[in-house]
Design a protein around this ligand. Structure first.
Ligand SMILES: Nc1ncnc2c1ncn2[C@@H]1O[C@H](COP(=O)(O)OP(=O)(O)OP(=O)(O)O)[C@@H](O)[C@H]1O
Ligand SMILES: [Mg+2]
Length: 270
């Protein structure tokens, strides 16, 4: 009886090793169809161009966890533009791990940004500063969250980490103007990238009514960028966008009073 139960667990583990969707479900997440496709894709280079709140960080957190649980001694690096965003992404990994009822591989949290697994794998989240990433090598999976906000210099510094390991890379972001490596890889990066575009209208969790309300409340170009995933033109709009986002940040005084009219229209969660 016990042997039969053990066999069943072993068989499930073997299946899950090839099927991250099983892991997602075990962590209590039923992936959207596009998330499931992504979890099952074996493309080595992936770009996700997604609406705000589409579920892009959630799905890459699952990819990271699956890699660490099933590839012993592998190193997974999560890069984000800021410390806050790194912590948020790392928390998603931790939440999924903690949600697993049966933990076949143990994990020790080394800090709020690092987790080491009993099989020697490690997940490290880092804010996007070139100094902090120097010294990493042999990265099996590199994930760059909010990639349109990460500098070209940093991207150039991290890419060689994949050279020796033959590791995979996932870039995910909402667009941020027609500039930078994220825009470049999306538009001209060649056939070696798998490209996935998910607008707010493709997401089952973002209501049409809410979107229509949002469309009326915020500038058209902001809506097209944040929810329709369009690389909206002009340097000016990019700067204006930053002003708007600053105005929405409760910790920063708005530069121009008028922009605060958008303050309840754009969410600022990571
Ligand atoms: N498949 C899913 N089932 C249920 N909830 C989900 C699923 N995917 C994501 N979510 C939830 O949707 C919300 C947004 O997810 P997430 O933070 O991953 O999106 P995002 O695209 O990274 O958003 P942002 O643009 O704010 O960074 C979260 O509350 C997350 O838990
Ligand atoms: Mg996110």
């Amino acid at each position: 009886m016990i042997a039969a139960a053990r066999n069943l667990v072993a068989r499930r583990q073997t299946e899950e090793a090839h099927d991250p969707v099983m892991l997602a479900r075990r962590a209590g997440i039923e992936p959207d169809a596009w998330q499931a496709d992504l979890l099952l894709s074996d493309a080595r280079q992936k770009i996700l161009l997604c609406s705000r709140q589409a579920g892009k960080s959630t799905v890459v957190a699952l990819l990271a966890l699956h890699q660490a649980l099933y590839k012993a001694a592998s190193q997974v690096l999560l890069l984000s533009p800021s410390l806050r965003q790194s912590q948020e992404l790392f928390r998603k990994v931790k939440d999924s791990y903690n949600a697993l009822a049966a933990k076949t591989v143990t994990a020790r949290e080394e800090s709020s940004l690092r987790m080491e697994f009993g099989n020697g794998a490690r997940i490290v989240a880092l804010p996007g500063k070139e100094e902090t990433i120097r010294g990493f090598s042999g990265v099996a999976l590199l994930i760059v969250d909010e990639a349109a906000r990460v500098s070209d210099e940093l991207y150039q510094a991290v890419r060689p980490m994949l050279a020796v390991s033959g590791g995979s890379i996932v870039l995910l972001s909402t667009p941020f103007g027609k500039r930078g490596f994220f825009f470049h890889e999306w538009t001209e990066g060649g056939a070696e990238w798998q490209r996935v575009k998910i607008t707010a209208y493709d997401s089952p969790r973002i209501s049409r009514d809410w979107l229509e309300q949002e469309r009326r409340s915020i500038p058209d170009w902001v809506f097209r960028s944040e929810y329709l995933c369009e690389f909206v033109e002009t340097e000016n709009s990019v700067f204006l966008y930053d002003d708007i986002m600053r105005a929405l940040d409760g910790n920063v005084q708005p530069l121009f009073g008028g922009l605060a009219t958008c303050s309840n229209s754009i969410t600022s969660s990571g």
